[in-house]
Design a protein around this ligand. Structure first.
Ligand code: TEU
Ligand code: CA
Length: 565
């Protein structure tokens, strides 16, 4: 295999479902599998190929399913294994594939392995997790957990500490133990045999820890940064997983790799197919972080965004494969973050941002509600939050005087993960049609204006625009396989780029401002042939191009032409 081979997963569009917030079929306020099955025709109509399901396994929900207590059972609130099988079968009948979330950096502390492991030092499962003695009466090193506090928890029973890079209830599995790896590979094989179509791998670049467990550089909260990314054996373990499981099936695989550089991607998403198909990188969603800290934020600078996106587009072309995403269950809503969620510009800017991403090279991921231009939630009090990360941050950073109460609240409102976890807005009936009961988290009050039913019924909606972007990808090979060139790198207002394949060119132009902007088509792309092309999509109904045009606020269009030689 080489980096330019054609593959179905390069030509696919993925839709992420966060089951807890998608559709509740039995009125308990929690989304479930039967709720998803009911909505598969909606996803078919949108036109996506693959559904990534956030975790549906048995879990005490300390982190909404990212803390798994049994990898072969379905979470009680979500239904039964029969419900799962029916969902999978219905999806396949409709031609939709199902990608499972694989969360194996850690399990729940309620997993049988961990119960055994913590019970005694000589238990056969002891070495399934990472246990260490106290050092000078304290934690074995200075590492902090990603959710705040130390990454070590003291356990009285055996007078030792266990490692948890995330919540206390998410102990890290010990991947250096070959039995752990076999257990994980067996479990993956079991799901593949059921007929699932792929895996999204949670924090997969953190599974191999430096055995010396060295102190990390302390951040603002006082804890050290764990040296857990790209650990010494990470590629060896992923290659073993590939040999023993992935290579035996025709799967789509994406590894979540926070902190990965584009160079790292060439190793994880190798053209020779020995590891994963692609990774989720984080560089573009960290551009509004404060220095060293997620919870201080600044405005995204468009020139920096262009630099980051372009670097990934260019470096991976022909050598690896990109994933393309703005949103997921950990990120705020993109229209509130990078666009303009006022009634006047919400739809226009949502379409513009979508155009910008969907015309790039890579496999696009759409997060539920993004196709409607769903917005951040208007939080007014701490009781409205559910997320372990946000709740912890609000407590800890105030206690440690890193930020004031007002500062952290403002920041969590802007960037907190609950923004994207509010229920899917299906229609304008009570609770947006998500549940007949009381939802586990508030519905965004704007559901009367923003909902699927209204948008499916309206030709110029954000929904129909996404539907068209997806269709274009299927119809124009250049969108999948063409090369990329950034235009006007210095512009702080316009993001314009070209894609090329043989003699075909796509010109993609996006105005990221709420102002009229003059754009010189000739300057931008040496486009003498402008008059002879065709408009593939435009959020203002623009049909033709002149040499100089005035872009309207948040205008986006895609022009396709043949380069004369
Ligand atoms: O996320 C890993 C991760 O590093 C971040 O996205 C994290 O959620 C946080 O936003 C850091 O500030 C994955 C999952 O996507 C996330 O939902 C889980 O909470 C986490 O792993 C632990 O399983
Ligand atoms: Ca339910």
């Amino acid at each position: 295999m080489s980096g330019t081979d054609k593959k179905w997963w390069k030509e696919s569009v993925v839709y992420q479902v966060y089951p807890r917030s998608f559709n509740d079929s039995n009125g308990d306020g929690i989304g479930d599998l039967n709720g998803i099955t009911e909505k598969l025709p909606y996803l078919k109509e949108l036109g996506v190929d693959v559904i990534w399901l956030s975790p549906v396994y048995q879990s005490p929900n300390a982190d909404n399913g990212y803390d798994i207590s049994n990898y072969r059972e379905i979470m009680t609130e979500f239904g039964t294994m029969e419900d799962f099988d029916r969902m999978l079968e219905t999806a396949h009948e409709l031609g939709l594939k199902i990608m499972m979330d694989l969360v194996v950096n850690h399990s729940s502390d309620e997993h049988e392995w961990f119960r055994e492991s913590r019970s005694s030092k000589d238990n056969p499962y002891r070495d399934y997790y990472i246990w260490r003695e106290a050092k000078d009466g304290k934690e074995p090193n200075n590492w902090g957990s990603c959710f705040g506090g130390p990454a070590w928890e003291y356990d009285e029973q055996t007078d030792m500490y266990y490692l948890h890079l995330f919540a206390v209830k998410q102990p890290d599995l010990n991947w250096d133990n070959p039995r752990v790896r076999e257990e994980v590979f067996d479990m993956m094989t079991w799901w593949c045999e059921k007929g699932i179509d792929g895996f999204r791998m949670d924090v997969i670049n953190m599974i191999s820890k430096d055995p010396a467990l060295p102190d990390g550089r302390p951040g603002p909260g006082g804890y050290g940064d764990p040296s857990a990314h790209n650990g010494p054996h990470v590629h060896e373990y992923i290659q073993e997983m590939n040999r023993k499981v992935l290579s035996r099936y025709d799967l789509i695989t994406v590894g979540e790799c926070g902190g990965a550089t584009a160079e790292d991607a060439l190793d994880y998403a190798r053209a020779d197919g020995k590891e994963l198909n692609m990774i989720f990188q984080f560089e573009h969603v960290r551009l509004d972080d404060g220095e060293d800290i997620k919870w201080a934020h600044r405005k995204i600078d468009l020139t920096e965004l262009k630099q980051v996106m372009s670097k990934w587009q260019i470096l991976l072309h022909g050598k690896s494969w990109n994933s393309l995403y703005w949103c997921n269950h950990d990120q705020p809503r993109i229209v509130s973050r990078l666009g303009n969620d006022s009634p006047e510009y919400r739809e226009l800017s949502a379409k513009m941002i979508a155009t910008n991403l969907h015309m790039m090279q890579g496999t696009p991921y759409i997060y539920q509600g993004e196709e409607l231009g769903m917005t951040n939630y208007p939080f007014t009090s701490i009781d409205e939050f559910r997320d372990v990360e946000s709740l912890h941050a609000m407590q800890e950073l105030v206690e440690k005087k890193v930020l004031t109460e007002e500062e952290i609240f403002e920041s969590v409102c802007y960037k907190g993960r609950d923004n994207s976890r509010t229920p899917m807005q299906w229609d304008d009936s009570s609770e947006a049609g998500f549940t007949t009961g009381t939802p586990w988290i508030n519905v965004n009050p704007n559901y009367k204006e923003i909902n699927a039913k209204e948008q499916v019924g309206r030709e110029d909606s954000v929904f129909h625009y996404y539907q068209k972007l997806i269709r274009l990808r299927r119809e124009h090979e250049i969108i999948v396989y063409g090369s990329y060139r950034l235009l006007l790198p210095e512009s702080r207002d316009v993001y314009a780029y070209e894609r090329s394949l043989k003699d075909e060119v796509l010109l993609v132009v996006c105005n990221f401002t709420d102002r009229d902007i003059t754009f010189d088509v000739e300057d931008g792309s040496a486009l003498a042939e402008a008059g002879k092309g065709v408009m593939l999509i435009s959020n203002y109904g623009r049909e033709t191009l002149e040499k100089q045009i005035t872009l309207k606020p948040y205008e986006a269009f895609v022009w396709k032409y043949h380069r004369s030689v």
